[in-house]
Ligand binder design. Structure first.
Ligand SMILES: *Cc1c(COP(=O)(O)O)cnc(C)c1O
Length: 225
């Protein structure tokens, strides 16, 4: 299966208003270029150094999303160009992204990552913590170089579809709740980033606006060139 035919297959399954983030971590710049030629423009990476190296050799109009755990000392490396940081799960990270974005005279869009999965290993804010920060920190006024664009979450890695559905539904409920409580006057709190290769169809049926798809487009990461 070629990358192009996989993308066509995926696009057939999604309505036009659902955005595809092609998760290209571990795959070569050549593979990314192939997906780019097939029409994709949003790519997701989870390591700062890998992202920086690939960006150098790929077209400028790619919208790069950072989707992995991010150390605060790495923020400055991606701040000059990153479009969206989807994996923001601490106040410290919010502060540092705002600071580095200001240095670059940029506004960086971020998504708040919420822990919806059962696994302890998964990253993200627990909902109560996120809510507390939104309620107490006046994030919109205090972080002028950040635009909070919505929420991101990863479901538990399981065969149990009902479990996955329940977790995505929880994230959608939080999204609606935060939107009305904290972002009512903001027209940019719009994205609900959920769904990967194994669970994107469930995510879509639960209201996802943005899927993050790696293996389905590029193949198995263990076999990559
Ligand atoms: C790797 C990764 C994906 C894509 O996973 P696939 O199962 O290959 O589609 C999506 N989101 C995050 C945060 C990831 O780290």
């Amino acid at each position: 299966m070629s990358i192009r035919s996989q993308i066509d297959f995926l696009k057939d399954k999604l309505s036009d208003d659902v955005k595809i983030v092609a998760v290209s971590k571990f795959h070569s710049a050549e593979c990314i270029a192939e997906a780019y030629r097939a029409g994709l423009r949003i790519f997701g990476e989870n390591r700062a150094q890998e992202l920086i190296a690939k960006r150098k050799v790929l077209p400028d109009d790619i919208e790069w999303h950072f989707i992995g755990p991010l150390q605060t000392n790495k923020v400055k490396d991606i701040a000059p160009f990153v479009h969206t940081i989807q994996s923001v799960d601490s106040l410290k990270l919010l502060q540092e992204i705002d600071r580095q974005a200001a240095k670059q005279s940029r506004i960086i869009r971020i998504l708040l990552e919420i822990r919806i999965a059962e696994e302890e290993s998964k990253h993200g804010f627990i909902p109560e913590k996120c809510e507390k920060i939104l309620a107490n920190e006046n994030v919109i006024a205090n972080f002028p170089n950040i635009r909070i664009g919505g929420l991101m979450g990863m479901a538990t890695f399981t065969e149990d579809e009902e479990q996955i559905r329940k977790e995505f539904r929880l994230l959608h409920d939080l999204f609606k709740d935060y939107k009305s409580s904290f972002f009512e006057k903001c027209d940019h709190f719009t994205e609900l980033s959920m769904g990967m290769t194994g669970d994107y169809e469930i995510a879509i049926s639960e209201g996802s606006t943005m899927v993050r798809i790696g293996s389905l487009i590029f193949g198995d990461r263990n076999l990559c060139k």
